[in-house]
Design a protein around this ligand. Sequence first.
Ligand code: ZN
Length: 551
Amino acid sequence: MLPRSCSPFLLFLLLSLTACSGDAPMTDAPSPEARALLDKYTTVRLTADLGDLTDGQRRLIGLLIEAAQEMDAIFWVEAYGDRDALMARIDDPGLRRFAEINYGPWDRLADNAPFIEGVGPKPPGANFYPADMTKEAFEAAAAENEALRSLYTMVRRDDAGRLVAIPYHTFFADRIERAAAKLEEAATLAEDPGFRHYLERRARALRTDDYYESDLAWMDMKDNRIDVVIGPIETYEDQLFGYKAAHETFVLLKDLAWSERLQRYATLLPALQRGLPVPEAYKREMPGTNSDLGAYDALYYAGDANAGSKTIAINLPNDERVQAARGSRRLQLKNAMQAKFDQILVPLAGLLIAEDQRPYVTFDAFFGNTMFHEVAHGLGIKNTLDGDRTVREALRDLASSIEEGKADVLGLYMVTELIAQGEWDGDLMEHYTTFLASIFRSIRFGGASAHGTANLIRFNFFQERGAFTRDEATGTYRVHPEAMAEAVDALSERILTLQGDGDYDAVAAFVDAYGFVGETLQADLDRVNAAGIPVDIVFEQGPAVLGLDQP
Ligand code: ZN
């Protein structure tokens, strides 16, 4: 299958490359078709002010980046397989670059459509499972061997063809050992005792794939300026079952002044939980109040975090046991967020938002919506009402889309409540209009992403309820605040109920009913693409960009 946007010329080009592969001369310029794919991204230099860091802190950041590069190589194997073999068969330097951005030959912004001739569809389970394995065969084997379902194992076949689970620390032993050693070396440079403790625990966790102690250590540190998220973390890459966590890294620098301002909102969660527009049983769990909310500048992205669209906010850890004991931490990545707002959201609003409402699209509202999205992950419930499973276990591969949809809509619910209580001095109209513009931005990630699916569901649900309307003459969308407020409540109730019931089939039906791209929406997205507005950002990043090379 070729990319949907494939032109006859690209088809010809791909076929001719295949025809003479092996002895074809390497070209040095990207083809126009590769250029069109690369234009989905705009390049941003990932920098921050490191001026007041000590030499030790700068060296420490360099070591974290080296550990991150090991996670990057591991993620290549999880997402695709043999990176070097793939690169060797791509002649067009533009397509090689696009493969690097995607960590494989499938376009993450186009439902994983293959962009290299001769490459089939992406296996839903990526490279975590044997490509020819059926769901049924897996279920049968997993009934006998629970390790197959582990977050931290690769599934392979033994010589007799039986499915076996190989722990990450065994499968990736060399790279894991190198990364762990870098973390231990970094620990010797850490001035903050909590951070030192976390780095030591995290090194041990990588070597054992038992992350519990290190997650607690990460939750317990509060005063460190430098931070790192590293290891197998999110399960979005496993679209077969959502069991397997993919390796990634964020190297981060805390913005202390902003973090103090944000911290206050986490303390308001219990009251907000009680006010959720849903029957009592669906809000009976009490969110932790000691959760930490902070603003950071990102210094380096690697692996899963760096594949395709870039995360601008993090909510971790995912382990429900740690969340129950300590709550969670929410990290807003300010420099990445500002880049997306300037490069994507503002030009997109210029095309799709009613002219008189465009001034309501603001960075403050974008920052607030993203922040409250992260806080809202802490609302609702983690366990199904029948009490014997977590929501994540019950909803499997659909769990992520529904959870992201919950966080988006409850984030807006929170903003509405906090403005009414005088706790947040934002303008609700700015939040709504920026939210609508953000839906278009996120839908462009495609249905292959949990965030893309969540946004499609919300777009169709909101449109059905008149939260916004489209003007035929100008092709722009207008927010209707009263209908928007009602739609927020209605969707909140629907999603919280689906999660609490843990009914997989009901969620599948809901996703089918709302997670589609209609004709008009597709035409509008095509206009955005034709206008050359990038879908996402890629980073020019690393020690040289950060100026770490200079003493
Ligand atoms: Zn989220």
